[in-house]
Design a protein around this ligand. Structure first.
Ligand code: ADP
Ligand code: MG
Length: 218
C-alpha cells in the first residue's frame, strides 16, 4: 500500500530531512512513526500525501510513484487518504457537523447525504451529541476527534495522522488513539506519528526515525 525505496529529502543543501529511508506498510496495517522533534516524521507523512516530493528514491502509494504523479492526479490520490495534519485546523465559525460535512460537499455530495454521513462519522468518534457545538466549545482531545471524523468521512483507505496526541493529556490522548484504532480494526491502514515514546502502542509496529534515518527496520 505504501512503499519508500531509498528515499531522501533535502529542503536545501544544509537541510536534510530524510536519508535513504526504506520501508513498506501493508494494506490494513497500523504503524507508529516515532522519533524526536526534527527527526523527519512530518516530512515523511507529507510525502505520502504528495505535499512534498522526494529528492531521491521512490515513494509508492497505491501503486503510484509520488515523484512522477501529475498535479492533476493529486486530488484523486488524496481522496484515498484521510489526513490529520497539524496545520489543518477546524473552522471555528461553524458547527463541528458543518466541519465534517465540508469534505463531502466539496466532492459533490448533496446536503442531505453529507449530513447523514457526517453524523455517522461523528458517532464513530463518540461526538454525535455534540454535532451542533462550535469547535472552540470542545476540549483539545474532542477537537482532535472531530479532525479524525473529518478525515474519515470520505471513507479513505489510509489514515495519516501527524502527532494527533500532541498537547493532549493522557486520557484525551488515549481517546484519540482509540478512535484511530477503531478505523484500523475495520481494515483502514493507519500511520500515526508521535514524538512521545509513551504514546506508542506496545502491540503495534513502530518505525523509529532519528535525524532523518530509520533506526530499526521492521
Ligand atoms: N519546509 C522546510 N524547509 C526547510 N527545512 C525543513 C522544512 N520542513 C522541515 N524542515 C527540516 O527538516 C527536518 C525534519 O523536519 P520534520 O519533518 O518537520 O520533523 P518532525 O516532524 O519529526 O519534527 C528538520 O531539521 C526541519 O527543520
Ligand atoms: Mg512534525
Amino acid at each position: 500500500m505504501i512503499e519508500f525505496r531509498n528515499v531522501s529529502k533535502q529542503y536545501s543543501p544544509d537541510a536534510t530531512a530524510l536519508r535513504d529511508v526504506s520501508f513498506t506498510v501493508a494494506k490494513g496495517e497500523l504503524v507508529f512513526l516515532a522519533g524526536p522533534s526534527g527527526a523527519g516524521k512530518s516530512t515523511l507523512l507529507k510525502m505520502i500525501a504528495a505535499v512534498e516530493r522526494p529528492s531521491a528514491g521512490q515513494v509508492i502509494v497505491n501503486g503510484q510513484d509520488i515523484a512522477r504523479i501529475k498535479p492533476a492526479a493529486v486530488p484523486f490520490l488524496r481522496r484515498n487518504l484521510g489526513l490529520i495534519f497539524q496545520q489543518q485546523r477546524l473552522l471555528t465559525d461553524r458547527s463541528i457537523l458543518a466541519n465534517v460535512m465540508l469534505p463531502l460537499l466539496v466532492t459533490g455530495a448533496s446536503r442531505g447525504q453529507a449530513e447523514q454521513r457526517a453524523r455517522a462519522a461523528l458517532d464513530k468518534v463518540g461526538l454525535l451529541e455534540r454535532a451542533h457545538a462550535q469547535p472552540l466549545a470542545l476540549s483539545g482531545g474532542e477537537q482532535q476527534r472531530v479532525s479524525i471524523a473529518r478525515a474519515i468521512v470520505n471513507r479513505p483507505q489510509v489514515i495519516l495522522a501527524d502527532e494527533p496526541t500532541a498537547n493532549l493529556d493522557r486520557a484525551s490522548a488515549n481517546q484519540v488513539l482509540d478512535a484511530l484504532k477503531a478505523f484500523h480494526s475495520v481494515g483502514v491502514t493507519c500511520l500515526i506519528s508521535s514524538h512521545d515514546e509513551q504514546m506508542l502502542d506496545a502491540a503495534a509496529r513502530v518505525i523509529h526515525l532519528k535525524q532523518g534515518q530509520l533506526e530499526v527496520t521492521a
